[in-house]
Design a protein. Structure first.
Lengths: 267, 181, 74, 362, 362, 267, 181, 74
């Protein structure tokens, strides 16, 4: 133990909580992916040195209180409308870094139109999309991304295609829009994925400086409360079932399409 | 007869369902009842409480500031609800996890080692039934057979086989409750 | 050859005992304690302090950012 | 006597819907009313009565699904809570304009904005004056017990079909989350096609038979003369409701010198307040509007002839009090007392407010 | 004197926005107000003042873009007409709850539902009582000329920023489509970052500098005690507005025995009605509320002391009349006259209504 | 001329207005595509003999008065919400034929979420999508589908990507959803295309009997008023410019994906 | 002086812009003016009308039921507006396309062959200016130089070269208007 | 050999003179009249009646469904 004390010295620190995270205890359930993603965003903001230039748009969902944890300016959007807030914020303050942070209910269900159109306009923002296949905040109802057969409080016998339709791949849709420059699907269930995810988030923010369109980062996540599984088990279930339907990795990583391509159509 | 009760503790301690069984037992005994829970966003953890009123007459307000009985299962609830017991009323608590014990002199304070006893009985889930038993010893507002009927009504069919164990726990609670010094 | 030695400090009061760090540790250094903190969580601790290599995997996956990681060569 | 149960107000809404032969429910989760859809989904009525239950993509979609279903002469409904109901305002005015029957439950929470999930009564104006655009009214029922949550589902549909008008149950987090004894209604079968033909056969979009004209559900009319006539027709309907459908309860009003006017949860609180006040020797009664629209204007006018003052008790900054004042028209003092932000007033506070604002009032 | 032009009310809104240093407009087409965005798009202010103009995908998106822009301390606005404004109700209550300044113009058309595109005043309740949920108020300005359409853009923004509260211009198809002479304001530059810092530096989301706390724009508060305090703060603000910001015009009220109460287009009609009535020997005046919220309650009370009756003239089934009655509180008879469905009443009809309902009234 | 009279006899009729069209004069501008599509729908309804079983959902847009022309039962939906009306109508009356008829502003802008989700749920309905790259009814404003460079009353200098984003290919998006069974892009600018389009519409209706998902039929159209071109010229312009960006033909024609495919993900 | 005018005809006949030029001319002569159009959905065809008021005083209602002058350019408008002219007022119309001529005896009825004359002048677009000229002959409420200024103000710069032609058309209208039998 | 002969009847009052039928006719049978109908439209008519082959192309493209097509063999 004396040994440990020797190691635990300021100069030996290789990892500690970024200062861009506040000291508030997060209200999330133990093991919730939201916490990990918050940390990554905070670290990226710290590394890029843009704490004084970043505006976050939080959603209605479990991450409604994101503003209590990441120490930047925030707007708490109405359910599903974060892309609208972000659009105006970025267009009015083009030199700031603007990102939205939304759950799957928020982004893909009630806010599907705002998501689609912000991406289609190629708003120069970063969109973070926490896909935990569930409405966490309201008590585990079905989300658009809930897998077939998954039990939720509104699909107590499992999601059924005839009744509820198909799990929606919003990220694939968004990738098909010329307005997006970078679309990727990440996760934070182990150390390697956490590192990859952070890189993706960083790239999403850096793209704003390049002004090349919308960066869209899905993070396939767990909601262990909604899934009614312990956190570790939830991660394993996610790897096995969610990744099959929501394949991980970049869907698109391109400079924005040349506007001339479009103008030629009408000439 | 009107009995106004608050039951308060952590989420997950079975606070709400204990209130529900009590309320259902009241229904079985032909009483008027209301059950009103605290509610919040669905994140895990945090405190939970429920107000149960059992009465011979139509119940007016289901929400109260003062109670005949407070059943208290954690420290936060103690801090919040000790003061809400009517003078001469009852405060029943499980000392497990309680750091500041109740101190009022104008109320009747009882203890029941529910957590400990449930562990002894080999099933932590029946903790809340032990507490309920203790309460019913102090305030026999519903007969045990109506509690049984209440359990039958409130539990899904597939859990009916657990009713005897629950009754056992209630009886244990009746046995072990005692006045705090 | 200098040996790499690591150590982690868990902010016990803020740990929620989710166990993700335990799972993430390549050296099985961590475990959840039998004790609970004031919130009732079985917090994480170094069950086998000697084996820590300071890789920070535990800290990376911790949702509540309660782990500080130290590393040194001895 | 029907089946006796101990249930939450929100669960009862679901149960009553199934039992009264509701054809379709369309909704979107929101606290504190998500139990309605959850109960329906667990009950799987599509396998028994054939009722359709669908989780929509949003409240906007929900209300327009209700619009579609109601157009077919079906008994359809949605439920939500304040922010969701605000999103429905366009749809609601379309339904009112197209004169369609349907049932909407608003389990009110504190506002404005995202606000709080705790109970409030601050959507009275929205429900009763018109949150949407144009001159229209909803039939607004205010339950103050779980039993009434049950009863008003059926009553709401009945009135909705009688008047071809949307009906709203204005509940709140307290009534929705509370459990009480409830006597459930017996099962009524859903209407058959023939019954729908009989009830709504002259307007519902059920497919144009060779022997009849098209049925067109719309609220559009570009010719102002015709549009004005349609509006007059609506106004005549509202007038009829005001004459025939007012519902209210008077509690201890006979000898009262003062009157509480309160609905829903507040009315429950006031019953206790009456007890407390009368113990103090203050003769106070309660007028509980059951229909908020049509509002019990005449009963209040009558009481105003004989009492000294009224206190409108609402969990809002003062909304219904305007309708009380409009009824009383200056005859006696009318004041408002309320708590905000999701706080339910205590019975004692209410008595104190009566003493200060009315009895000792200027 | 500013530049003199002949312009449509809607065009003037656009022109005034540019000239008063508006930072952003977000809107969606709808008759009868699409000229606002069209004028802006033709004027390309982004090339001159730097103002952002964006056609949003819907009114829901528009109002939430306004929410976003207002959060940054920018002068932002949207315009729409009745159905679009109904869709904005959730967004509007968020903006009110988060205490943000912004400007919304509703060019009212006849409802309910899709209704008609002709002018109406049937969104008074929605604008003044709260079409969204929760206890909140908009500042509501009612222009009755093209010149006022111009003036109220600037005034609306001024009041909005003074109170951190959304302001609404309640216009209609008549005022929006009509051309009149208008004296345009001189160009004011848009606020610089430094000016925004000075004006809204303690709350706007402009990026958290090292020396200050986070700025968080939200209307959420789960702790009811705090939420109640926030609500009381809002109520205190509304009270202040009611005391300090009432605006109205009195026309020929000095010797009047009867009073028309009318705003916007109706007030224009009533001016002609006064002429006609006075020719007949009826001494009638007009109280024209300029702010609908805060409503000119006291001026009406004062008039009620000396006149014999009031007629509320509105292109609705009777909405503002409730506020007139609440002000008069039974002192003198108050009646309503209105045409519906997009019809503008004629000056003669109004006089006849006065004669029948008030002068010869029961 | 005597000759002509001899030919113009009842028994020689090879084409006449279907009775499912009413006798009302359509309010559309001369040459408007809406009229042609109305006719095709009416003919299909007549040919399938389903006039008494069909419910149309009209939009807010120029075709707001479709109910005056096609002699069936109609619901006039709120702007963008026809898919919601159609969803409920079909689910409550599964034996009826239910179709929505929407413009590009209605379906792809304000109603994007309802469109996406109805298709994703695979509602057993037919959706007719009139893409005229314009808000016809309100005076020629930009639609989501307006081509880059096209002048509208809200893009008086031509649609510009930076300001207004990209022309949106809603049909491609909808084709990517497993809920749709048949997705096609048609037009009605000449006799051959009219015939093809009618077949497509017929197929869309027939699919309802097969219960295999959502049929989605885009009809690339003109709005000569909005485009400020005479009808014939508008058709030519459409062929040249619109077809390049909105390629004609079937995007998808498949039986509905086997639900088992999805269930396997969670096993 | 207050002159209340309705101008009514088909869309596309330049009804609205004729009203606008008249209104602008009023502004140039320091009068108060209002211009209020009928408006509807944007589909082509249909009728259009505009109410123009020119006055020395503040104008109250911009919408009227009776007019000092009605300028009528098609049959539907004749049917609708003939009856709205004040007794002693003026009805001016172009007989082209009119099947039922005005019949009131208590008003002054004038004809102007605007369509025909515009065709003769080789530019159908100036039809409305001929009508305006006819009107100004009957009611010289604004001076011709102010009409010129009004045209300058209301036409975009690039159309200013057409002003002389417009003035010519106005003068032609003044010349050819005559009292109907 | 029997010759195919066609003819079309245009509901003149309902025709809006859009000219789409004129464009669609493979035999240039149709044209827009100089005359206008009561709505002011230059309606379509058979300018060259002999060349009509009854193919119905004109009717197919007509947005206002005002063309009836006849065909016979002579
Ligand atoms: C207009 C409106 N509708 C519904 C709600 C209720 N609501 C709050 S959060 C939420 C969904 C949250 O799910 P998701 O976006 O997936 O976020 P998560 O909690 O899973 O992170 C809903 C439906 C609301 N606040 N506002
Ligand atoms: C909520 C709402 N917003 C806006 C409008 C105004 N509006 C009517 S039709 C329309 C767009 C029509 O365009 P499209 O859907 O492309 O149909 P088209 O007229 O081109 O056939 C709009 C914006 C409305 N009626 N309701
Ligand atoms: S409910 Fe789900 S998403 Fe919300 S905090 Fe808990 S685990 Fe996370
Ligand atoms: S991951 Fe963090 S919160 Fe979870 S057990 Fe480990 S230290 Fe505690
Ligand atoms: S730093 Fe690495 S080795 Fe040490 S406890 Fe953490 S995960 Fe295990
Ligand atoms: S405006 Fe366009 S879409 Fe509308 S009727 Fe005219 S041509 Fe057709
Ligand atoms: S039927 Fe054929 S040939 Fe005859 S006019 Fe029509 S298009 Fe021409
Ligand atoms: S296509 Fe029809 S409407 Fe057009 S000109 Fe020919 S007949 Fe007339
Ligand atoms: Mg989620
Ligand atoms: Mg269109």
């Amino acid at each position: 133990m004396a040994d440990l004390e020797k190691i635990m010295k300021e100069e030996n620190i290789v990892y500690k909580k970024t200062k861009v995270l506040t000291d508030n205890v997060m209200h999330y359930c133990p093991g919730c992916s939201h916490g990990v993603v918050h940390k990554l965003i905070a670290e990226v903001i710290e590394e890029l040195g843009i704490q004084d230039k970043t505006i976050g748009i939080s959603p209605v969902g479990c991450s409604v209180f994101a503003y209590n944890y990441i120490d930047i300016d925030w707007q708490e959007a109405a359910h599903g409308r974060a892309p609208a807030n972000a659009t105006a914020t970025k267009r009015l303050m083009p030199d700031k870094f603007v990102f939205s942070y939304q759950g799957d209910g928020d982004l893909a269900s009630i806010g599907a139109a705002e998501t689609l159109h912000a991406c289609n306009r190629g708003e120069n923002i970063t969109m973070i999309f926490i896909n935990n296949a569930m409405y966490g905040m309201t008590g585990g109802q079905m989300a658009p991304t809930t897998l077939v057969g998954m039990k939720t409080s509104t699909t107590p016998y499992g999601r059924n295609i005839d009744l509820n339709g198909y799990p929606m791949k919003m990220t694939e849709i968004v990738a098909s829009l010329p307005g997006t420059c970078y679309v990727t699907r990440q996760s934070v269930h182990d150390a390697a994925s956490v590192k990859r995810c952070k890189k993706a988030i960083k790239k999403g923010f850096e793209n704003q400086a390049k002004k090349i369109g919308t960066s869209f980062i899905e993070i396939t996540s767990t909601c262990n409360s909604g899934w009614k599984m312990p956190p570790v088990e939830a991660n394993k279930w996610m790897e096995k079932h969610m990744f099959a339907y929501y394949p991980q990795g970049d869907l698109k990583d391109a400079e924005r399409d040349n506007p001339d391509d479009y103008i030629k159509y009408i000439k | 007869m009107t009995e106004e009760i608050i039951i308060a503790g952590f989420g997950g301690q079975g606070v709400l369902s204990m209130g529900k069984i009590l309320a259902y037992s009241g229904v079985m005994q032909d009483k008027e009842v209301t059950w009103f829970p605290s509610y919040g966003p669905e994140m895990r953890g945090g405190t939970a409480n429920v107000t149960v009123i059992v009465s011979d007459d139509r119940i007016s307000s289901p929400i109260l500031n003062e109670y005949d009985t407070a059943i208290i299962l954690n420290q936060q609830s103690m801090d919040k609800f000790e003061k809400t017991v009517k003078p001469g009323g009852v405060l029943l608590y499980d000392p497990n996890g309680i750091t500041r014990h109740p101190s009022r002199k104008d109320i009747n304070i009882y203890k029941v080692e529910g957590v400990e006893e449930a562990a002894k009985m080999g099933n932590v889930k029946i903790f809340n039934m032990i507490i309920l038993g203790a309460y019913l010893k102090l305030k026999p507002i519903v007969k045990i057979e109506n509690v049984k009927k209440g359990l039958e009504k409130s539990l899904p069919e597939r859990h009916h086989k657990l009713i005897p164990l629950n009754i056992q726990a209630i009886e244990k609670g009746m046995e072990i409750v005692n006045k705090a010094s | 050859m200098a040996k790499i030695k690591g150590a982690v400090k868990v902010d016990i009061e803020k740990c929620k005992g989710c166990g993700l760090c335990v799972e993430a540790c390549p050296t099985k250094t961590l475990d959840l304690s039998k004790e609970v903190n004031s919130k009732g969580y079985n917090y994480a601790y170094m069950a086998d302090p000697d084996s820590c290599i300071g890789c920070a995997n535990c800290a990376l996956v911790c949702p509540d950012s309660v782990i500080t990681v130290y590393k040194t060569k001895i | 006597m029907g089946e006796l149960k101990l249930m939450k107000g929100n669960e009862v809404i679901a149960e009553a819907a199934i039992r009264c032969g509701c054809d379709g429910y369309f909704g979107y989760p929101i606290t504190p009313q998500s139990e309605v859809m959850e109960t329906l989904m667990a009950r799987k009525p599509w396998e028994t009565t054939g009722m359709v239950v669908l989780q929509a993509e949003s409240e906007v979609a929900s209300i327009n699904m209700v619009y579609g279903g109601a157009s077919c002469g079906k008994k359809v409904m949605t439920t939500s809570s304040s922010p969701g109901i605000s999103l429905m305002q366009e749809g609601i005015t379309y339904i009112a304009g197209a004169e369609l029957p349907c049932l909407i439950m608003n389990c009110v929470r504190g506002g404005p904005g995202l606000g709080t999930i705790q109970p409030a009564q601050s959507d009275y104006f929205q429900a009763c004056k018109g949150g949407g655009h144009g001159d229209y009214h909803l039939i607004v029922l205010a339950p103050s017990s779980v039993q009434e949550m049950n009863d008003f589902v059926n009553l709401g549909f009945e009135l909705a079909f009688k008047y071809r008008n949307p009906a709203m149950i204005l509940s709140d987090g307290a009534i929705g989350q509370m459990m009480e004894k409830v006597e459930l209604a017996d099962y009524k079968p859903r209407w058959t096609d023939e019954e729908i033909e009989k009830i709504s056969g002259d307007w519902a979009t059920t497919g144009k038979k060779a022997n009849r004209k098209q049925h067109i559900i719309t609220s559009l009319e570009l010719d102002s003369e015709i549009m004005e006539k349609l509006n007059h027709k609506l106004q005549a309907k509202y007038k009829k409701m005001e004459e025939e459908e007012v519902r209210y309860e008077e509690i201890q009003c006979d000898d009262a010198e003062y009157i509480f006017v309160a609905y829903g949860s507040s009315a429950r609180i006031c019953q206790k307040s009456i007890q407390i006040a009368r113990e103090k020797g203050i003769k106070v009664g309660l007028l509980r509007p059951i229909t908020l629209y049509p509002f019990p204007t005449k009963p209040i006018q009558k009481l105003a002839e004989k009492v000294k003052g009224m206190l409108s008790v609402e969990m809002s900054a003062g909304q219904m009090v305007e309708d009380v004042r409009l009824a009383v028209n200056g005859k006696i003092p009318v004041e408002h007392f309320g708590r905000l932000g999701g706080i339910i007033p205590s019975p004692i506070e209410v008595v104190e407010a009566l003493e200060q604002k009315i009895i000792g009032g200027k």
